[in-house]
Design a binder for this molecule. Structure first.
Ligand code: SF4
Length: 742
């Protein structure tokens, strides 16, 4: 049963004015179109389920409807991920949909420099004419896109196909570069495919859990709940310069010097080998490079590394014994590792430890990267940015032919190389190679490293299009054209969470004004651009899911065994892989590599390593403190475009930026609790409330990343393999703020 809702006249006009298949598809679309109809599968007064649209935990939510419109929600008790729990963001997921600054109509910058409302027809016409003019003048690759880990995989797949196969772009990346690129490269090189091996059940099965640069207590609180349910009285180790909430709850906190993690992990590897904790049979059967790794780590002696890391030799030895003697050891990492100038090698040092101790493929084990955004994993597999859709390779003729056949397009449409990375696209703007940019559902002007530079770069563009739910983001305010998008809850699709679980999101609310689901904005653009026929197979989100299945066939991420959305709903999400003919209904939670077979042609995992590199911006006399950044509370999400809209969430975190300062440094710099301080780097400065605390060590200060000022300080350094920005380390100074001067 479906219920007709009244579409605003202007959009109805647009739809009915246009002729041909696209119009008919949009009008009859049952669920994904932002306006129009409540999905046929939903009863108007009922409770339905949807996965949460904030973080990568991927909690199941029960959404309660009245007259087809969501009125409330609660955590799903029968969803294996969260088992009836949700963090504050999940509970408040509906609130940001009703914010006053929702983008409700397209906005175009006029001759006076102001953004003014225009009809969709004008917006689409301008989008196409301006981008086409740039391509004609500067070449097809002078226009690029930046996407996100916040939209469903189906929208990512359509955007990637539209931009690269339809509009002739070569370059497009996502904000997932800022959070997961390091883990992607680390896994690909070590395992032969980007494949996080774990399932959340491993949190409950381990007898030793080692968290490196991860603070699940607040960053992934429902994952932490799973740790708390572990019945084995596990040893919980936190390796982190800060005494985070997770470190406070741990049995061992290893407060190493910032960015000395690679040295520490090589030393641990060396001692594990020296003390006979290596699972020789596993290493022989399933890995390559052990002898070379052993030679490499031999020089990382306990005495030297204790000095380098600032740790006691005893604490390092205790950690080695804990890992060595553990029966089911799992190693978990997130942004403290990924956002580093040498993050790929740090992640691989963790993978090495899991492999050489045989902690892989068994319950409670693994080298496990926790992803960040709700659909970071979907972006990794289906966004068609650096990889060809489905984890394929743009450079491989065989892969191009396979994907072209699966999508029913001419193979010649597929570029023969992957995209420039996010930072290289921005460099392209600086060098004048990129003149037009299309930013979808991300807030580059706030979140990109060294914000002053990036804001300057965005202003240099000949044409900047921002497609977003809100008109007020720092990036939307710089746009020439704003396309109003529906948000989570206003459209259909799938997300893939940290444990590779594909979950369904639903349209449970009408988008405001003329905002449209991103999927249908892409369809309208394809039509206006003149490539709708090429993308005709992308009929609806669910049809696109069928295409994703087809391109995944034979890949490690094969999902051909997932029949349709109804099956995802019935099974409460399904983890990849699920090839056709393999029904694993009985196993709600599955891990990879149980057979010890990895994805390299020889089936073996690679043990990879490299000499540590110096930090890009060491401290000195003028800038004597190390700036750390990270998540502030479980009520804040990234640049706060959504969590900043909830009165409930706003009560749960400080309203203004704050800086954590150790008491020793507070004394040295004359700072008292609640003073205002100026934190300054070579690139900029911010004013923040002083929080005097032992959470940070002397010589270090911490600023949460959610406040717009934080990235005015950060230093633009990148891991050379993943191109992920190194947000976690730069040199700053601090002084008490002078109310008259600052
Ligand atoms: S933990 Fe993540 S997925 Fe779960 S409710 Fe909170 S934000 Fe949503």
């Amino acid at each position: 049963m479906s219920q007709k809702l009244k579409a605003p006249k202007v959009v109805a006009d647009l739809l009915f004015q246009r002729t041909g298949k696209l119009t008919r598809e949009l009008v009859r679309d049952p669920g994904g179109f932002g306006l129009g109809q409540v999905p046929a599968r939903l009863k108007p007064d009922a409770t339905t389920t949807a996965v949460c649209g904030f973080c990568s935990t991927g909690c199941g939510l029960e959404v309660h409807l009245k007259d087809g419109q969501a009125v409330n929600l609660s955590p799903a008790r029968d969803y294996s991920v969260n088992k009836g729990a949700a963090c504050p963001k999940g509970w408040e997921a509906l609130t940001p949909l009703y914010a006053k600054d929702r983008a409700v109509r397209p906005l175009l910058r006029n001759a006076r420099g102001a953004l003014e409302e225009v009809p969709w027809q004008t917006a689409l016409g301008t989008f196409c004419s301006r981008f086409k003019a740039i391509q004609q003048k500067h070449g097809p690759h002078s226009v690029a896109f930046i996407s996100t880990g916040q939209i469903p995989s189906e929208e990512m797949a359509l955007l990637g196909a539209l931009a690269k196969f339809g509009m002739g772009m070569l370059h497009g990346d996502g904000n997932t570069r800022q959070c997961m690129a390091t883990a992607v490269v680390a896994y690909k090189q070590a395992f032969g495919f980007d494949a996080p091996p774990f399932t959340y059940d491993d949190f409950e099965q381990s007898d030793v859990l080692v968290f490196v640069g991860a603070n699940p207590c607040i960053a992934h609180p429902i994952m932490w709940e799973r740790v708390c349910k572990n019945p084995h009285r596990p040893e919980i180790v936190v390796i982190d310069p800060r005494k985070t909430e997770t470190a406070m709850a741990a049995t061992q906190h290893v407060p190493l010097r910032p960015k000395s993690d690679l040295r520490l992990l090589y030393c641990i590897t060396h001692l594990l080998i020296e003390r006979g904790y290596v699972d020789r049979a596993y290493v022989e059967a399933h890995t390559t490079g052990f002898a070379e790794l052993a030679r490499h780590v031999a020089s990382f002696t306990l005495a030297d590394v204790a000095m380098d890391t600032g740790l006691s030799a005893e604490s390092i030895e205790k950690l080695v014994e804990t890992i060595g003697k553990g029966k089911r050891v799992s190693l978990w990492w997130t942004m403290g590792v990924n956002q580093s100038h040498e993050g790929v090698r740090v992640a691989q040092a963790l993978i090495n430890i899991a492999l050489i101790t045989g902690n892989m493929g068994r319950p409670g084990t693994g080298a496990n990267s926790i992803t960040g955004q709700c659909n970071a994993m979907g972006s990794r597999l289906f966004s068609n940015t650096t990889n060809l859709m489905g984890g394929h390779d743009f450079a491989s003729a065989e892969d191009r032919a396979k994907v072209a056949a699966a999508l029913g397009i001419d193979e010649a449409r597929i570029p023969r190389q992957g995209s420039l990375a996010y930072d290289q696209i921005l460099e392209g703007v600086l060098s004048g190679k990129i003149k037009g940019l299309w930013i979808v559902a991300t807030n580059t002007a706030h979140s990109w490293i060294n914000q002053g530079d990036v804001q300057d770069l965005l202003k240099r563009l000949e044409f900047l299009v921002v497609q977003d739910m809100y008109t007020s983001t720092e990036t939307a305010r710089l746009a020439h054209l704003v396309l109003p998008a529906a948000g989570w809850g206003e459209k259909e699709g799938t997300f893939i969470n940290s444990e590779r679980r594909i979950g369904l999101l639903k349209k449970v609310s009408r988008a405001p004004g003329e905002a449209l689901a991103d999927f249908y904005i892409f369809k309208l653009i394809a039509d206006a651009w003149g490539c709708a026929d090429l993308l005709r197979q992308f009929e609806s989100p669910e049809q696109t899911f069928q295409l994703m299945k087809r391109v995944s066939r034979g890949q490690p991420c094969d999902i051909t065994g997932i029949r349709d959305y109804a099956m995802l709903e019935d099974r409460r999400g399904i983890q990849w892989p699920l090839p056709e003919g393999k029904d694993v209904a009985a196993q709600a939670e599955r891990r990879l590599f149980e057979d010890g077979k990895f994805y390299h042609p020889d089936g073996r995992a690679r043990l990879l390593f490299e000499a540590p590199r110096p930090v890009p911006e060491p401290t000195d006399e003028r800038f004597p403190l190390i700036l750390l950044s990270g998540r502030g509370t479980s009520s804040q999400w990234h640049t706060q475009t959504r969590t900043g809209k909830s009165a409930v969430l706003k009560k749960l975190y400080p309203a203004e930026a704050y800086v954590e300062v150790n008491p020793e440094d507070a004394r040295r710099y004359g700072l008292s609790p609640s003073d205002y301080a100026i934190v300054e780097s070579r690139r900029g400065k911010l004013r923040a409330r002083v929080h005097v605390t032992h959470v940070v060590q002397p010589g270090q200060v911490f600023v949460p990343m959610h406040y717009p000022e934080a990235n005015q300080l950060t230093f633009a350094a990148f891991d050379p393999y993943s191109r992920q920005p190194s947000y976690k380390h730069c040199a700053v100074q601090i002084r008490k703020s002078d109310p008259f001067a600052d």
